[in-house]
Design a protein around this ligand. Sequence first.
Ligand SMILES: [Zn+2]
Ligand SMILES: [Zn+2]
Length: 267
Amino acid sequence: MDPDQNPYVLFMHTNGLHSLPYIQCGCGGPQERIAGAIRMRLMPASFTIFKTMFTFDVLEDFRLANLECKTSAYQYYQLLRRKTEPLAPQIVIERYAELRRLSQCWRWLKKLKWGGRNKTRESDGNTIGEVCTAELAPFCPCCPQPGVNLPDNWKEDENKCVMWVYRRTLMADGNFKADHIRQSTGDKDVWLSPGSSMLPHREEYAEFLRAAENIKKKAPCENSFRAIENTLLYAKTCDINGIVAIACPRHSCFAPGGVANLYRGKQ
Ligand SMILES: [Zn+2]
Ligand SMILES: [Zn+2]
């Protein structure tokens, strides 16, 4: 507590960790506490007692550092510690677990925002978190999509010469060298929003693979399937050997739910 009896809160910002007294206006009542903090671009690590708060800037900075520089949460946390105490980073308080948890929350909130989810959606029976298959993945804005960029009566268009504008073309391509190391946790991993964006729901995909018929085709020339065969020979430590995607060929946008993992030996 500071001399005015305001509690100290640990703030995580892009320039390090800071312990500062925290005062919040009580006009809106206790239910406004979380919304008030969010409005100030602060994300509390716990919603009951505010002891640690992350600024939106640090969460966004970590997301971008992870996206562009492949910085892990651990490396990023070490960076914040070093910025806080350049000569003795080890004495800085440990908030690594909170960073990991809140950065996941942050990604999820951004995904919901990008997917156009907001409070008004609760009127159609779904809460904000309940998303339908591939709902959070945007599709190509230029390709024809009924209800998005086509007139309601597009089927009745008299002009037969322009029917091609309503046609959607899709292509498939794959990377047969995108290895995924088999995880020791096995099936214990918890999937946060399976099937909600580019990748299909794991169980539905597994069901499809069980039912799908494997048609063996002879290669039209000697070399064309060598890339696939080679990946099958190596990397026993990997459970996934590649990834294929369905995309629109004109604008190269991936189709929602159209990106699939290639499991070992399941080409
Ligand atoms: Zn006030
Ligand atoms: Zn397109």
